[in-house]
Design a protein around this ligand. Structure first.
Ligand code: LLP
Length: 415
């Protein structure tokens, strides 16, 4: 298993976490290669019909070593910037397995992606389509596209990661699909190949997916009747993971995949799926050391060396991440508010968390931090940028070194 105690010590695969922390220093992100491979393998085996493609959402964790590991397993990529596209290509993901999403693709980004002949542009607006047509024509090319359709479905997730409601900035309304596809078909620099949808992230129920798949199916029928060749259905990502012990479990990957198959397989399209969190989320820990135990007037604070600059999710989305001690206790516990060193009250990882009695220097592991962790880290308060470590069986390697304060300061220049 990925992260388990052996003789009271937390291990990542076959390496004690304490050994890594003492060699690399804390805080640090720790990923299990085995867990990522296993999870991607499950995706690949569930989406295994002719031409189906798992395009890993690079934004969730874009470390080159992670991308390379996925590339070796045949992953495609969903990218949202030229930078992510460059990362995916550099990691060996072929351009014809890369889809480009995002509401604000710029001229240089489109040009770069067209030069590389990527698999698909997921177009999110009419001005974007117009721009893409113009650039493609100037390069003597045709851009392969799907429109991202906004189906006005409530994904029932946190409002900041809901993307499929009509008030969200994403996609074009389903009600205007006929008109927009007809226009796209008239543009010589554009080649329509499919339909795209992504209604949000961290979905914990099947029903919104089911509604989205039905919408995709109905639109495929409609657009085909209108003479469009629809051969690709990109169903987005969004499958949630279980962050909180005891909270309702999200649908399993098997359930999610069979729902997609049941509703979409009869259409005979190539299905693209863009998972991020559900591939890497559970495969990562944020390891941190206790700096002080501070007894306040009303609460006991565990002040740790990881902060909201390292893992933003709790302060940005009130997200819950389980926390466990790296050395298991003897059963006796104490309630702590687990907080970081950053000068903001929002720099809080947990309130009233029962943990073994801890003291300065002890290590903690913040769970499910493999997705939207390191990628959203910053050096706020000029804390060094958190390093990343990959463990594979008995070996571990630093896959992004800590960016030290001197290096961060050197980014600035005098007037
Ligand atoms: N495809 C598109 C077009 C997306 O925008 C996203 C995520 C994905 C796929 C992957 O979704 P996933 O399978 O990871 O749910 N920072 C937030 C999550 C933002 C998700 C943005 N888009 C968080 O920490 O919860």
């Amino acid at each position: 298993m990925t992260f388990l105690y052996r003789e009271q010590q937390l291990y990542s695969e076959n390496v004690p976490v304490e050994k890594i922390a003492s060699q690399v220093g804390t805080p640090l992100y720790l990923y299990s290669a085995g867990a990522i491979r296993r999870r991607f393998g499950e995706y690949a085996s569930h989406f295994n019909s002719e031409g189906s493609l798992v395009c890993y959402a690079v934004k969730a964790n874009s470390n080159q070593a992670v991308l390379r590991l996925l590339a070796a397993l045949g992953a495609g990529a969903d990218v949202v910037s030229e930078g992510e596209l460059k990362r995916a290509l550099a990691a060996g993901i072929p351009a014809d397995r890369i889809v480009f999403s995002g509401v604000g693709k710029t001229v240089p980004e489109m040009t770069f992606a067209l030069e590389r002949d990527i698999l698909q542009f997921n177009v999110e607006s009419e001005p974007e389509l117009e721009q893409l047509n113009r650039i493609a024509l100037s390069m003597g090319k045709q851009a392969p596209i799907a429109f991202r359709i906004n189906p006005d479905i409530d994904a029932r997730t946190h409002r900041k990661i809901t993307t499929g409601k009509s008030e969200n900035k994403f996609g074009v309304p389903a009600s205007r699909a006929s008109e927009i596809y007809a226009w796209a078909a008239s543009l010589p620099g554009i080649r329509i190949q499919g339909i795209d949808m992504h209604i949000g992230s961290q979905l914990t129920e099947s029903e919104p997916f089911e509604q989205a798949f039905h919408c995709l199916r109905d639109l495929t029928h409609l657009l085909r009747e209108q003479g469009h060749e629809i051969t690709v259905l990109d169903i987005g990502g969004g499958l949630g993971i279980s962050y909180e012990d005891g909270a309702p479990e999200p649908p399993s990957l098997a359930e999610y995949a069979s729902l997609a198959r049941e509703i979409l397989a009869p259409l005979g399209c190539r299905v693209i799926v863009e998972p991020g969190r559900s591939v890497v989320g559970e495969a990562g820990l944020l390891i941190s050391r206790v700096i002080y135990v501070k007894q306040g007037e009303k609460r006991r604070f565990l002040i740790i060396d990881a902060g909201m600059n390292d893992l933003l999710r709790p302060s940005l989305y009130d997200a819950h991440h389980e926390i466990m001690p790296v050395r298991a206790g003897n059963g006796e516990t104490c309630l702590y508010d687990v907080v970081g060193p950053i000068c903001e009250t929002g720099d809080t990882f947990a309130l009233n968390k029962a943990l073994p009695l801890l003291e300065s220097g002890d290590l903690l592991a913040i769970k499910n931090a493999g997705a939207y962790g390191a990628v959203m880290a910053s050096f706020y308060n000029t804390h060094p940028l958190v390093p990343e470590v990959l463990v594979d069986d008995c070996e571990f390697r630093v896959i992004r070194a800590r960016l030290e304060a001197e290096q961060i300061i050197a980014f600035d220049s005098d007037f």
